[in-house]
Design a protein around this ligand. Sequence first.
Ligand code: PEP
Length: 252
Amino acid sequence: MREKIVAGNWKMNKNRTEAKALVSELLKEFKHKPAPGVTVVVAPPMPFTGEVVDQTAGTSVQVGAQNCHQSESGAYTGEVAAEMLKSIGVQYVILGHSERRTYYGETDAFVAAKIDRALEHDLVPIYCCGELLEERKAGRHFEVIEAQLKAALYHLHPTEMAKVVIAYEPVWAIGTGETATPEQAQEVHAFIRQKIADQYGRELAEGCAILYGGSCKPSNAQSLFLQPDVDGGLIGGASLKAADFAAIAHSF
Ligand code: PEP
C-alpha cells in the first residue's frame, strides 16, 4: 500500500513562541488521537526548523523545510543548503512551490538541481507542480504538468525517483479558498501517475505518493483523500491551526 502523507507548509507565518505553541498543540492532538498509517510532516519557517526538530524528536511528527539551494555550498547570501538541513535532522524539503516559481523566478531547471541536492543528502523532495488559472481555462493543464514533470524529474535514476513525493497544486486553488473538486484532483493525479509509469514503469508509479494541495481543509479533505490516486495533502493555511491540521490527518 502507498504511503499516506499530510504535510503542513507554514510558509512565512508564526514567530518563535507561536511556532513552539503550534507544535505543542499538534503533539497533544496526535497523542490524544494518533493517525496510524499517516506520515505527518510540518515545514516551519527556516529559523525555527532546528527547534521544531528537537521538539518533535521521538514523536510521530516529521520535519520538512520549505526550500533549499541548488548548490552544495558557497557564496549564496541568505540561502540554505540541503546538507545543512540534513545535519539538523530535517527529513523532507518542499521544492518547486508555485510561490517560489512566481516570486523568485525558480525555473524547472533550478528546481531539478534542487531535487538532485536534496536526494544527494537523503532528504525526501516534495515536488510541487500545477497549472495556472489561465492554463486550466485554456485546457492546457495536462500539457503544463507533463512539461513540469519532464523538466524536473525525468533525469532521475529510478532509485532516486522512487524517493520523490509529488504534490499536485493547481495554482488557482492555493490560498484562494477555491479547491479542485475531488474529480478534478483525481483526474490529474491519475494522469501524473500514468506519466510516471510511462517513464519508470507501473510498479514504481504505483508506489509514488501524490499529494493534493490547494485550499485543502477539514471540510473537504476526506472527499479528496477518498480518490484512489490522492495519497494525502500538502496543506498551507489549514496547517496553521493544530486542530484543523490534525483533523485533515484523520481524514483518510
Ligand atoms: C500551499 O501553499 O502549498 C497550499 C496548499 O496552500 P493552501 O492550503 O493555503 O491553499
